[in-house]
Design a protein around this ligand. Structure first.
Ligand code: NDP
Length: 399
């Protein structure tokens, strides 16, 4: 199992110092909500954002970190102006993100960045032996093998934030690794779970952005609509829990109450359940092995009339099939899938690509560009080549 569970001595009264990478996003702002809930137990040391200077500056003024980073260097002057008179170091660009990820006196780095941009900061946090509360699943998709090796070498911990992986992680506490037979990831099925295949080409970004159960950032919401999100989670689970892909299943569970399950060698199955609320797994990733009392909504069992389950439909949702295929291919294939997906989702949102064009583009990119190699240089090159290929493909298709 990747996280190398070190049963820490309970330090109930000590303050935990956090770096929140991607603090302006959905996971980032919910992390800050938790810090508001425990002002004497959680402290912010670093905050980072991509481009949202105004919110980042507001957060910095409220939480008083020692470092604030804006990833888009062209916005550094604007951030400095917003932060005039505030006692806080300001940095920008990829170097700034690395600095935030490897800052002294930080216990936990919450990686709530979106996409490939999370990879190198995560590696930097691992190199410092930190706990990583990992939301940024794309990191494990692109470089799962590298991350696993680095975690082992540097004595870091990776604790999942993704609700499915948090559920599995919670089911595994106290269980011997060899007793695990199968991981079952649950999937809501997204907004198009029951839509006929013939209607898929007409899906608009506005419709795809309406997720039935979760309120999330735009990219992951589209990933949920295509079910690529579940595909990325299968790859994430493969590396997070060091388990072969053939021992991972996906089951559609529209209510999103069971967050995922583990089947054990003796035939027993454990599941973790709760109201869909990301604050619960974010909090657990920060406080593990402790559980802190929190006012998060409890399940009302008398209001749940049924829990439903069905097979995912790989014909209507080919992204899920592609994720299993790239895992089998290995090498740079998952990095190619990820980069093609990031471009395709952005181009779908800007209305340059149809909904069904997303999986078609990814399939072409994987067929054309996937190859051997799992060094950071090979993965970086695959990411760059795929982005060029995908952008060119969209440009040609729209002209
Ligand atoms: P959002 O889009 O809401 O937020 C992304 C954050 O990353 C923002 O702070 C954004 O800054 C920043 N960011 C975006 N691009 C870059 C970049 N190139 N360099 C540095 N920072 C960047 O995403 P979510 O919070 O929804 O998701 C974050 C991660 O967590 C994703 O990997 C997602 O898959 C995962 N996740 C999310 C869940 C959810 O419920 N939202 C659930 C499980 C996993 P800015 O605001 O300035 O653009």
């Amino acid at each position: 199992m990747l996280p190398h569970i070190r049963i820490a001595v309970a330090e109930t009264d000590s303050v935990k110092n956090l770096a929140v990478l991607g603090s302006t996003g959905s996971i980032g702002t919910q992390t800050l909500d938790l810090i508001r809930l425990y002002p004497n137990r959680l402290r912010v040391r670093a905050l980072t954002a991509g481009r949202n200077v105004a919110l980042l500056a507001r957060q910095a003024k409220e939480f008083g970190p020692e470092l604030v980073v804006i990833a888009d260097e062209s916005l550094a002057a604007e951030l400095r102006a917003e932060m005039a008179g505030v006692n806080c170091r300001i940095a920008a660009g990829p170097e700034g993100l690395l600095e935030a990820a490897s800052l002294d006196r930080v216990d936990t780095v919450v990686t709530a960045l979106m996409g490939y941009a999370g990879l190198e900061p995560t590696l930097a946090a691992i190199a410092r032996g930190r706990r990583i509360a990992l939301a940024n699943k794309e990191t494990l998709v692109v470089a799962g093998g590298l991350i696993a090796e680095a975690v082992r070498r540097d004595g870091a911990e990776v604790i999942p934030v993704d609700s499915e992986h948090s559920a599995i992680f919670q089911c595994l506490v106290g269980e011997p690794a060899e007793s695990v037979e199968r991981l079952i990831l649950t999937a809501s099925g997204g907004p198009f779970r029951d839509l006929p295949a013939a209607d898929f080409p007409n899906i608009t970004p506005q419709r795809a952005l309406r997720h039935p159960n979760w309120d999330m950032g735009a990219k992951i919401t589209i990933d949920s609509a295509t079910m690529m999100n579940k595909g990325l989670e299968v790859i994430e689970a493969r590396w997070m829990f060091d388990i072969p892909a053939e021992n991972i299943s996906v089951v559609v569970h529209p209510e999103s109450i069971i967050h995922s399950m583990v089947v054990f060698a003796d035939g027993s199955t454990k599941a973790q359940l709760g109201v869909p609320d990301m604050k619960v797994p974010i909090q657990y990733a920060i406080t593990y092995p402790e559980r802190w009392a929190a006012p998060h909504e409890r399940l009302d069992w008398t209001a749940i009339s049924a829990l439903n389950f069905q097979q995912p439909d790989l014909e209507r949702f080919p992204c899920l099939r592609l994720a299993f295929e790239v895992l089998a291919l290995g090498g740079t294939a998952p990095a190619v899938l990820n980069a093609a997906n990031e471009v395709a989702v952005a181009r779908f949102l800007s209305e340059d690509l149809s909904f069904t064009g997303i999986s078609a583009l990814i399939e072409q990119a994987v067929a054309r560009l996937a190859g051997p190699g799992d060094t950071l240089d090979a993965l970086r090159a695959a990411d760059e080549a795929t982005r060029r290929f995908a952008e060119e493909h969209v440009r040609v298709a729209t002209h």
